[in-house]
Design a protein around this ligand. Structure first.
Ligand code: ATP
Length: 233
C-alpha cells in the first residue's frame, strides 16, 4: 500500500449467538479506490459493512477508520447504504432530502437533487409510488451526496434490471471524489468488475483473498468474475 490505510481491522470478530459472522478479520484498505466486497451468502459481508459503519458496536478486536476506533467520530466520515430500505415509505423525495440535510453535516442537498434528476426521477414523488429500482436510486442519490471519506454500499444493484444497474453505478461514480474509498458488496461481479480497483473476498467471516484487480487478472489470466466462480465453486 502506498498510503496509510483508511480502513483498518485486526482480529475483528463478531458473533451472533453461536454464529461467528466475522472471525479474526484483518483488513487494510487505502483511500482512493473502489473495492468490491465479494463472497457467498452468509459469509459476513453485511456484518462487516454494518460494523465499519458503526451500526453495530458489539464486536471484539480492532476496527478503525482514518485512525479512529469505530464510534461517533468515524460515523461522521462514513456514508452507508444498507441492503434494506431506510426511508419512510410515505415520504416524498424532497422530504428525504430535507431529512438528510438536517441529519448529516456533510450532506450536499444540491448534489442529491442533481443525482435524482440524473436518474430521471421526479423529486415530488412519494417513495410508495415508486418501483423497487426507483427507490434504490433515491437511496443511492442520498448516500452518495454526503462528502464522506468512506462510502459503504451493501448490494446497491441487486434486484434491479441490468440497464438500471448500469445507471445506478453511473450515479454512484459521478459523485465520487478521487480520494474517497468506496466499498461495494455484490454478487453481480460481472456488472461491477469494470469499475473495480480491488477486491476483498470473504469466506466464513474470514478474509480469503485481497488484491488489486489488475494484479489478480494478470496472475490468474482470468477475469475477476471467473476467479470468483472458481474460488467459490
Ligand atoms: N441479526 C442477526 N442475528 C443472527 N444471525 C445473524 C444476524 N445477522 C447476520 N447473521 C448471521 O451472520 C452470518 C453473516 O451474515 P451476513 O448477513 O453478514 O452475510 P452476507 O455475506 O452479507 O450474506 P448475503 O450475501 O446473503 O447478504 C450469517 O450466518 C447470518 O445468518
Amino acid at each position: 500500500m502506498t498510503s496509510e490505510p483508511l480502513i483498518h481491522t485486526r482480529q475483528l470478530t463478531k458473533r451472533y449467538g453461536k454464529t461467528l459472522a466475522l472471525d479474526n478479520f484483518d483488513l487494510d484498505l487505502a483511500p482512493g479506490q473502489i473495492v468490491g466486497l465479494l463472497g457467498e451468502n452468509g459469509c459476513g459481508k453485511t456484518t462487516l459493512l454494518k460494523t465499519l459503519a458503526g451500526m453495530d458496536q458489539d464486536f471484539t478486536g480492532t476496527a478503525q477508520i482514518a485512525g479512529h476506533d469505530i464510534g461517533p467520530e468515524t460515523k461522521a466520515l462514513v456514508s452507508f447504504l444498507p441492503d434494506t430500505s431506510f426511508l419512510a415509505d410515505s415520504a416524498k423525495v424532497t422530504e428525504c432530502i430535507h431529512y438528510f440535510d438536517d441529519f448529516f453535516a456533510d450532506f450536499d442537498a444540491d448534489k442529491a437533487r442533481d443525482t435524482i434528476a440524473f436518474f430521471g426521477l421526479d423529486a415530488s414523488s412519494r417513495l410508495n409510488e415508486m418501483s423497487k429500482g426507483m427507490r434504490e436510486k433515491v437511496q443511492v442519490a442520498l448516500t452518495m451526496a454526503r462528502r464522506a471519506r468512506v462510502f459503504l454500499l451493501d448490494e446497491p444493484i441487486s434486484g434491479v434490471d441490468p440497464a438500471a444497474r448500469q445507471v445506478i453505478l453511473d450515479g454512484v461514480l459521478r459523485n465520487l471524489e478521487p480520494e474517497s474509498l468506496l466499498m461495494i458488496s455484490t454478487h453481480l461481479i460481472h456488472d461491477l468488475e469494470p469499475v473495480l480497483d480491488s477486491v476483498v473476498m470473504m469466506r466464513h467471516g474470514k478474509l480469503l483473498q485481497q488484491g488489486y484487480v489488475d494484479d489478480l487478472r494478470a496472475e490468474h489470466s482470468k477475469s475477476i468474475d471467473q476467479i470468483f466462480q472458481e474460488m467459490y465453486r
